[in-house]
Design a binder for this molecule. Structure first.
Ligand SMILES: N[C@@H](CCC(=O)N[C@@H](CS)C(=O)NCC(=O)O)C(=O)O
Length: 239
């Protein structure tokens, strides 16, 4: 079974995961869950999706992930995997088609180090968005975020590769992409003007079939986040 409309508090738990599927617990606008969706789609993994109302979570969801966060995966055997990088690594290990992580231990370590660096960039996306929403001066945060972009641009220049892990898309690109997809909603002035290689990376990412299959427009994100800011998140927005 698969449904787009979210499951909220009081809803009955979904039935067991079908034998040849894996299940994703998600939220349609969550950038972390999008990481897992990108990997599921890139690898062509059969799955169903259960969207969760994150403000009014179903009681049974905490039995799946005690942290109460999406994404989470569930296998037909009832094994549950959560935290986006862990879900993505799991999928890459279990489903051998189109490997997204390098085979060598050093290659894998490099990807994890890049992810650690990128994890320090993510809070800026949230702080700028919420600060701006409250009418605060976010120019300092904007300047810091642009500095982070300069660093990412330098990484690409140094590597001389089209993507962060080489000349084809690998896991790290999918881990980073969801935040760039939402860049427009921060309303920065020409955020990538000083970082041409990073800009080219975003253009290349937009050509990727998995990215195309999970993309939302800036208008959709803006409309969704408006409902979040108003304290009434519409997880079913646009359905
Ligand atoms: N570290 C987690 C973060 C996931 C996360 O923050 N998900 C948000 C939605 S975008 C969530 O489930 N929020 C519910 C809550 O905070 O209660 C991961 O990488 O999976």
């Amino acid at each position: 079974m698969s449904t787009d409309r979210c499951f909220a508090k009081g809803s009955a738990a979904p039935g067991p995961v079908p034998k040849d599927h894996i299940r994703l617990y998600s939220m349609r606008f969550c950038p972390f869950a999008q990481r897992t969706r990108l990997v599921l789609n890139a690898k062509g993994i059969k799955h169903d999706t259960i969207n969760i109302n994150l403000k009014e979570k179903p009681e049974w969801f905490f039995e799946k992930n005690p942290l109460g966060l999406v994404p989470a995966l569930e296998t037909p055997a009832g094994e549950v995997i959560y935290e986006s990088p862990i879900t993505c690594d799991y999928l890459d290990e279990v489903y051998p088609e189109k490997k997204l992580l390098p085979a060598s231990p050093y290659g894998k370590a490099q990807q994890k180090m890049m992810l650690e660096h990128f994890s320090k960039v993510i809070p800026y996306f949230y702080k700028i968005q919420t600060g701006r929403g409250k009418g605060e001066d976010v120019s300092g945060l904007e300047a810091e975020l642009k500095e982070k972009f300069v660093k990412l641009n330098e990484d690409l220049v140094k590597k001389k590769t089209k993507f962060f892990g080489g000349d084809s898309i690998t896991m790290i690109d999918y881990m980073m992409w969801p935040f760039f997809e939402r860049l427009e909603i921060l309303e920065l002035k020409n955020p990538l003007e000083d970082t041409p290689e990073l800009k080219k990376w975003t253009e290349r990412m937009l050509q990727d079939p998995a990215v195309k299959s999970t993309i939302n427009s800036a208008d959709t994100y803006k409309a969704f986040y408006k409902t979040v800011a108003a304290g009434k998140p519409d997880y079913d927005f646009g359905l």
